[in-house]
Design a protein around this ligand. Structure first.
Ligand SMILES: C[S@@+](CC[C@H](N)C(=O)[O-])C[C@H]1O[C@@H](n2cnc3c(N)ncnc32)[C@H](O)[C@@H]1O
Length: 193
């Protein structure tokens, strides 16, 4: 079973110079994605599921996706710093790292993923996890979509709903993206035994 986590970021740029220091200082909020990467790496080790992070660069000058199968991470991630280093290597040249990087509209990306995956979109306006039928959830690969440091813009939300994404709410409290990933992984690893 494949589990995709699709995170659009409007701030990350592909060609800017980034260093550990600038990222720790908040540059382009790469730190948000780095925490998500570390989290997924740890869940992959715990559960043996096939996790993939898809980072969508939604700045109008980028409109591109980096596909990161967690199994392709080259070095062990033991800390946030390890994760930052790895993400820097990925962002500086995804292709050289061995990853797929392509220019693609968000709508097109969703259409491609929808061939093999069902979509769940994390939004406080959705239904609670328990309200979803576990059997549907087990049928296909799952693609979870969530905001990074910002919520998804209305257009991306509309595109998601147009391909039939089911909205999941974790209540009215606002969680960090990495925390949402933890909750999703915890829930799905339990429901799959
Ligand atoms: C840090 S939040 C985004 C920013 C935040 N909503 C804001 O603008 O103050 C990261 C993402 O996690 C998901 N999320 C956070 N809290 C949630 C909740 N209570 N229920 C469902 N999804 C949530 C949403 O997809 C959200 O865009």
């Amino acid at each position: 079973m494949r589990l995709y986590f699709l995170l659009p970021s409007s701030t990350i740029r592909s060609e800017t110079k980034k260093t550990i220091k600038s990222i720790v200082g908040g540059q382009e909020r790469v730190d948000v994605i780095s925490r998500c990467l570390l989290n997924l790496y740890r869940w992959q080790k715990r559960t043996n599921q096939d996790f993939h992070l898809i980072l969508y660069l939604s700045n109008p000058n980028e409109l591109s996706a980096i596909y990161i199968p967690i199994s392709s991470i080259r070095n062990e991630l033991r800390s946030e710093l390890d994760s930052l280093r790895e993400l820097l290597a990925i962002l500086s040249n995804p292709k050289e790292y061995g990853l797929k990087f392509e220019k693609i509209f968000f709508k097109e990306l969703l259409k491609n993923l929808a061939k093999n995956s069902v979509f769940y979109y994390f939004t406080p306006e959705g239904k609670s996890l328990e309200e979803y039928d576990d059997t549907t959830i087990k049928e296909k690969s799952i693609c979870f979509v969530l905001g990074s440091q910002h919520d998804l813009p209305q257009k991306q939300e509309e595109e998601l709903f147009n391909i039939g994404a089911s909205p999941i709410s974790l209540g009215k409290r606002d969680y960090l993206a990495s925390h949402v990933i933890t909750i999703a992984c915890y829930y799905f690893s339990k429901s799959r035994g």
